[in-house]
Design a protein around this ligand. Structure first.
Ligand code: NAP
Length: 336
């Protein structure tokens, strides 16, 4: 089968299609004939040599995919060949076939195409698990009345979904971005945009919340925002850091942390066990999938590239112009 594997590290030009052995589903796994795969920032970090796949996982790129079940492994009863699914992966999505623990897959939500579905699993699992299971955002809008959140990187794949989920769950949402166009996109989803090149997000939050601060922060910046984030949080506020695009180190005012009784968390999803991911996917199915099926939460696909154009897809992703998800579509008439 065709697949893109981690070989050399560097810019997008190092990515190429190779011929690989088609995987065999082990006990508890299903084999998916992939229709499309989602690009994630983690793929770029892997390409640059900063984020290897967890031990025991394949070196094929790709943390999420959609497709049709081709085969089932021993002990899989709830899924049958021919079903359309989307899958959360530790690796392996940039390929014509991928084998994955059946519990890390979900049926494609109503109203979503099989290609679009490729951009859902990593984003929804990351956002749902970090906001609802870790930070304490309520799963019912009634639990979130009067609560607010600040989402950094609001125009990216993660950020756009986080905004829509939080708006649907009844939170007041603020989100940062670097350009007027990205701020327009954020506004169109029902959030208050903050152009971090022109405005100080702490001042905006203070002004807009009458000095109270936000109850939650979803942080993809890390070190350089640590002090400002703790200033923007309300008393009893919670922040989850899921990326350190602004550096891994920062200075923490621990007196402020104690006085405001803040909770600061850091999480990665990829290295978690299949059991832990299964629990996340159950929550996603219960809370997020109905919102996607009803149209309350959309799937923002910016561009779709053919797998053969994987280097161009990464180049485009690297340029930072995208709003929402960039996807790779497998060629028609794929063979084993
Ligand atoms: N921990 C986990 O389990 C986990 C899982 C999935 C994703 N992630 C991480 O979450 C982040 C978002 O993922 P994604 O797939 O949505 O990537 P993406 O589409 O590239 O979005 C990244 C966003 O971050 C913003 N950004 C970059 N540098 C920034 C800075 N210094 N200050 C403020 N904003 C900045 C960018 O917006 P502007 O251009 O407007 O700055 C962009 O919207 C990535 O860093 C990814 O590695 C973590």
């Amino acid at each position: 089968m065709k697949a893109v594997v981690e070989k050399e590290h560097g810019d997008a030009g190092v990515l190429e299609i190779t011929e690989q052995q088609r995987p065999t589903p082990q006990a508890g796994q299903i084999l998916i004939k992939v229709m499309a795969a989602g690009l994630n920032r983690a793929d770029v970090l892997q390409r640059q040599g900063h984020y290897p796949p967890p031990a025991g996982e394949s070196s094929v790129y790709g943390l999420e995919a959609s497709g049709v079940v081709e085969e089932i492994g021993e002990g899989v009863h709830a899924i049958s060949p021919g079903q359309e699914v989307m899958a959360l992966l530790a690796s392996g999505g940039y390929a014509e076939y991928v084998a994955v623990d059946a519990r890390q897959t979900l049926p494609v939500p109503h109203g979503v195409s099989l290609v679009e579905a490729a951009g859902i699993p990593e984003v929804v699992a990351t956002v749902y698990s970090n906001l609802c299971m870790v930070a304490g955002v309520g799963e019912d809008p009634a639990d979130n009345q009067g609560k607010s959140i600040l989402i950094h990187g609001g125009s990216g794949g993660i950020g756009a979904h986080a905004i829509e989920l939080c708006v649907a769950l009844g939170l007041r949402v603020f989100a940062t971005a670097s350009t007027a166009q990205k701020c327009d996109f954020i506004r169109s989803m029902g959030a208050h945009p903050i152009n971090y090149r022109d405005e100080d997000f702490v001042e905006v939050i203070e002004r807009e919340t009458d000095g109270a601060g936000v109850n939650y922060i979803l942080d993809v910046v890390g070190g350089s925002y640590l002090d400002a984030n703790t200033r923007a949080l309300a008393v009893e506020g919670a922040m989850v850091t899921i990326a350190v695009q602004g550096g891994a180190k920062g200075e923490l005012n621990m007196a402020r942390m104690m006085q405001k009784r803040l909770s600061l968390h850091g999480r990665t999803l990829r290295a978690q066990s299949a059991h832990a991911k299964a629990e996340v996917m159950q929550g996603v199915q219960r809370v997020v999938v109905p919102l996607i099926s009803s149209g309350a939460v959309s799937v923002h696909v910016d561009r779709v590239f053919d797998l053969d154009d994987v280097a161009s897809a990464h180049e485009y992703f690297d340029s930072g112009q995208h709003t929402g998800k960039v996807l790779l579509k497998m060629s028609e008439g794929i063979s084993s």
